[in-house]
Design a protein around this ligand. Structure first.
Ligand SMILES: Nc1ncnc2c1ncn2[C@@H]1O[C@H](COP(=O)(O)OP(=O)(O)OP(=O)(O)O)[C@@H](O)[C@H]1O
Ligand SMILES: [Mg+2]
Length: 275
């Protein structure tokens, strides 16, 4: 099989003329940097979790079938170069922008970190190899990334899927704070359908019982790794490296951090995807 792309997490192969093979590896990344330590077993969980969402959600998607426990055949699409982020809570990079005075999203002043937004918002970013940048709906139209109609489809579908996923998560005791979707056009029908992957690398899940607005949330997703990296000073290394035009060198993850991460991935998967 022809290898075509290695992302931070997935390896992508040409499966046949119409389809791709996604291999969900055990790699993990944070702050757009690939870690040097693998989380053994993570790929399998992510692959099965993606399968669960594609089967559960009422939206056409690119999944053809599972080929192995960590491999999925998907239909090859013309990808839309956007990360379609939907946020239900003021957190992560939205909170950073908000603190810096960006009220463009129609948020009220004096909101606390992790507070629930009145309505979920569509907050897309560009897809970039270096660092994804927020992009407004107007810019998407001006840059002719999408037509009016297609933008509406992508936005409405993203918001609808967020509601469906967060509703499902809520029933299982989780708050899905935000999520990232990617879409592509089916070359046979020109229809816009859901692509890429859905799992803990694409969303933030918080435990409902321990949720408290105004605080950083204890999370069962990659936020744990981000917090650990911040604690050991890697976040500062990233900004320093960026200033000097160098690549930041990630630290080796200790066995306890690896185990804790795997536990968290597997906990959310079992709680949400298993009966
Ligand atoms: N059905 C599809 N057809 C064609 N390309 C797809 C399809 N689904 C997803 N893709 C693309 O395949 C690639 C998957 O690779 P992966 O997500 O591992 O890496 P990446 O997006 O380059 O980097 P990152 O690690 O930041 O996600 C992405 O570029 C994604 O946009
Ligand atoms: Mg990706």
């Amino acid at each position: 099989m022809k290898f075509i792309h290695s992302g931070k997490v997935k390896d992508v192969y040409e499966f046949d003329g119409k389809n791709l093979l996604f291999h969900f590896t055990d790699r993990v990344s944070a702050y757009d940097v690939r870690m040097i330590t693998d989380i053994k077993g993570k790929g399998e969980i992510l692959c099965k979790f993606a399968e669960f969402w594609f089967k559960s959600l009422d939206s056409k998607n690119h999944m053809v079938r599972l080929e192995d426990k960590d491999k999925m055949v998907v239909k090859k699409l013309r990808m839309i170069p956007l990360e379609c982020v939907v946020r239900g809570y003021l957190y992560g990079s939205l909170y950073e922008r908000y603190k810096d005075g960006d009220y463009e999203m129609g948020l009220e002043p004096n909101m606390q970190i992790a507070s629930k937004l009145k309505e979920p918002i569509f907050d897309p970013t560009t897809k970039s190899n270096i660092h994804d940048q927020p992009i407004s709906e107007n810019q998407i139209l001006e840059k002719k990334i999408l037509t009016d109609d297609k933008l509406r489809t992508v936005k409405d579908t993203s918001l609808r899927l967020y509601k469906q996923m967060s509703g499902l998560a809520n029933d299982k005791g989780f708050i899905m704070a935000d999520v990232k979707f990617e879409f592509g056009e089916d070359p046979d029908s020109d229809e816009i359908i859901l692509a890429d992957s859905l799992g803990p690398d694409e969303f933030r899940m918080w435990i409902k019982d321990s949720y408290k607005s105004g605080e950083k949330q204890e999370s069962y997703d990659k936020q744990y790794l981000r917090d650990w990296l911040t604690k050991v000073g890697f976040r500062d290394n990233i900004s320093n490296a960026a200033k000097s035009g160098k690549k930041p060198v990630p630290p080796e993850l200790p066995a306890t951090v690896v185990q804790e991460l795997l536990n968290r991935y597997s906990y959310v998967y079992r709680k949400i995807a298993k009966l």
